[in-house]
Design a protein around this ligand. Structure first.
Ligand code: URA
Ligand code: SF4
Length: 232
């Protein structure tokens, strides 16, 4: 019995016959060929960011109006392998003059706050949400924050901190994308990507409002405990 006749018999008996589909040779070869002939684009490699490249962009930046009144940009400073990242709002007068973050009176208090939880300033990395001083120390405007924030996010991506301490309402709201008041944001553990974020009253505010120092101390202890829990 030849094959065709056999199939006819089987079909007549109600038996489904499944024949393997023969895939034409060109069809099988089509995808690799397309890649070889550059018909399909190869995936773009991720550009590699570096601290040097980032700083070279920030130093001459004129992306928002704050560039018109600043003396110089304040990139941030500290240990680029730090587990701790401290984020403030923006440079004040002293910072604008020296090109370094938290070097005025609020900076002295910040140094003391860090010391209180056993941290030296050169063990942490300190940066601000905006890199240029707002005139007369006004709050940075939302457009200025949005324009400058990518620099901060790149700093975070480069540093890969284990914990982030955010100082004050403006920085906390900017970083956590919220309108909640600082009284609601402090005292808990937030997360950004996979990193814990603790909101603490800004040292400049604490200099004016001694009553909230106790809450700031509680928040610093929360930050330290959170960090210890991560380190195990
Ligand atoms: N306040 C801030 O938020 N940042 C500084 O660098 C100095 C004061
Ligand atoms: Fe550029 Fe930020 Fe300065 Fe605006 S505040 S000019 S975005 S560095």
């Amino acid at each position: 019995m030849d094959n065709t006749t056999r199939l006819q018999y089987l079909e007549a008996m109600g038996i489904d016959v499944w024949l393997p589909r023969v895939v034409p040779v060109q069809e099988q070869a089509s995808v690799p060929d397309a890649i070889a002939e550059n018909i399909l684009p190869e995936p773009e490699p991720e550009p590699i960011d570096t601290w040097e490249a980032l700083q070279a962009e920030v130093v001459p930046c004129t992306k928002c109006d704050l560039c018109k009144t600043r003396t110089q940009t304040v990139f941030g400073s500290g240990n680029k392998n730090a587990d701790w990242m401290i984020i403030g709002e923006g440079p004040g007068q002293n910072e604008d003059q020296q090109g370094l973050p938290f070097v005025g009176k609020a900076g002295l208090l910040l140094t003391e706050m860090l010391r209180a939880i056993g941290l030296d300033r050169d063990e942490v990395f300190i940066a601000n949400v905006v890199k240029c001083r707002p005139p007369a120390n006004r709050d940075p405007k939302p457009i200025e924050i949005e324009t400058c924030k990518p620099y901060l996010l790149r700093q975070m991506a480069l540093l890969k901190p284990k914990i982030i301490v955010v100082l004050g309402r403006v920085a906390a709201q900017a970083l956590l994308n919220t309108d909640e008041p600082i009284s609601k944001l402090r005292g808990k553990i937030h997360a950004l990507n996979d990193e814990p974020v603790i909101v603490v009253y800004h040292p400049a505010y604490l200099l004016r409002s001694l009553l909230d120092k106790r809450k700031a101390w509680a928040d610093l202890k929360l930050a330290l405990q959170t960090y210890k829990n991560i380190k195990g």
